[in-house]
Design a protein around this ligand. Structure first.
Ligand SMILES: Cc1ncc(COP(=O)(O)O)c(C=O)c1O
Length: 430
């Protein structure tokens, strides 16, 4: 985890330009203009080494893992497990504490459905902590992406538990002052995001973890927007589970991860069942392997794991703290530049710590029109509710325009966006 902790020199504009050159797609022209990609919050672009790693796997080592006794199968298994070691290290976990999933959504649903199975009595005494019933509570927040909300609504529905949430204040900051009263002896699970995918704000995770520990509740961190952008160490964060997606951190689509403390993963009943996750099967019942295999039923995503491990090594080599600092700088430029424009409302607290993600509204112009106008100038942003309808409702809007940066974005990208947004109202005659 060399890149996660060091206090290294800041990224320079020259270095960012060199990084950008690793991403062929960023050389594209869109609608006659140089493309400015400010939609990494939705998905990141991939450096050449990531798709070359996938290609290399298919050309040299393609086989099913953990099954065959032949040489190719052994090589594929080595690549797959080496990838697990690399990515586990990247987030500060032990190798057997990382379960592969398709994405963060699947990782969060895995916990939700495993807890349902525990609530049906699966897993015996060891699974007692995962059992929910009427009177028990699940706590989440109003900031969440739907992926860290709906699985808990469904878990509450299936078990009779009650879902509660920490609301946001008018400026979008979390009401930390309410956590202690919302976490009670009945709280069994506290699920919260590390970084808001809409506001880009970084959560004070300690507040949630301390409150949950006080009552013995499990903690689930949505690391989808933090693992790509900040140094993340699950042991230092002291959470029980964390979900993340590979495609947002330079990796391929179709691969994500669930971190879980070893003792919890080994006590939690599985969600998906089938091949490759068992020790003994007879016609009436089956026994399951220890984690992570007990949660990895069926043929796995091997080239994607290799691609993601390559992405993690690429990020690590540059240094996550340096990437975080660069994005904090771009985020501040975005926030200040957009706030200074007449007729533009920027969302999110002024003094928050944030990544380079900033949502805004051009007053009098629908976000979809803003998005199309920007696209006509080659600028890619996301418009809509960003899978966070309750948050938008609390902010008093149905949709926003969101600019989100990554390590390959330059100050010129930010300037291009601000200049374009400055002319939106005139263009639409507002
Ligand atoms: C904070 C957050 N959580 C969860 C998700 C879901 O990620 P995925 O669609 O890769 O499963 C996203 C994706 O935008 C996100 O930003």
């Amino acid at each position: 985890m060399t890149g996660q902790t060091e206090a290294a020199e800041a990224l320079t504009a020259n270095e960012v330009a060199r990084i950008k050159a690793d991403f062929e797609i960023l050389e594209h022209q869109v609608n006659g203009a140089d493309m400015v990609y400010l939609d990494s919050g939705a998905t990141s672009q991939k450096p050449r080494c990531v798709y070359e790693a996938e290609q290399h796997y298919y050309e040299n080592a393609n086989a099913a893992v953990h099954r065959g006794a032949h040489t190719l199968a052994v090589e594929a298994t080595d690549i797959f497990e080496q990838g697990r070691e690399t990515v586990a290290k990247f987030i500060g976990a032990k190798t057997n504490e990382l379960v592969w999933t398709s994405n963060a959504t699947e990782a969060l649903n895995l916990i939700s459905y495993s807890m349902s199975n525990a609530s049906l009595g699966r897993g015996g005494d060891a699974a007692a902590r995962f059992r929910l019933g009427p009177g028990d509570e699940i706590l989440t927040t109003e900031l969440e992406h739907h992926a860290n909300l709906i699985p808990w609504q469904e878990l509450a529905f299936r078990t009779g538990a009650t879902l509660r949430y920490v609301p946001i204040a008018e400026d979008g900051s979390l009401r930390y002052d309410l956590i202690d009263s919302l976490v009670t002896e009945r709280t069994k699970l506290v699920a919260f995001t590390h970084v808001s995918n809409v506001l880009g704000t970084i959560t004070d995770t300690r507040r949630f973890v301390d409150a949950a520990r006080r009552v013995g509740a499990l903690t689930v961190l949505d690391g989808c927007q933090s693992v790509p952008h900040l140094p993340v160490d699950v042991k230092a964060l002291d959470v029980d589970f964390m979900a993340f997606s590979g495609h947002k951190m330079l990796g391929p689509t179709g691969i994500g991860g669930l971190y879980g403390r070893e003792e919890l993963l080994n006590a939690m009943p599985p969600f998906l069942t089938g091949g490759s996750m068992i020790t003994v099967v007879d016609m009436e019942h089956a026994e399951y392997l220890p984690a992570p295999q007990r949660f990895e039923a069926g043929t796995q995503r091997i080239s994607q794991v290799h691609g993601l491990a390559t992405a993690a090594s690429y990020l690590d080599e540059i240094g996550m703290q340096r990437i975080a600092d660069w994005e904090e700088h771009l985020g501040a430029l975005l926030y200040e530049g957009l706030s200074a424009l007449e007729g533009v409302r920027v969302f999110g607290p002024v003094d928050a710590k944030r990544i380079g993600t900033v949502p805004f509204e051009v007053i009098g112009v629908h976000p979809h029109d803003v998005g199309q106008f920007l696209d006509s100038r080659g600028i890619a942003v996301r418009v809509g509710h960003h899978c966070a309808q309750p948050l938008h409702r609390a902010l008093g809007v149905t949709a926003t325009t969101r600019a989100s940066t990554y390590l390959y974005n330059t100050e010129d990208d930010v300037k291009a966006l601000i200049e374009a947004v400055a002319s939106v109202r005139e263009y639409f005659g507002v």
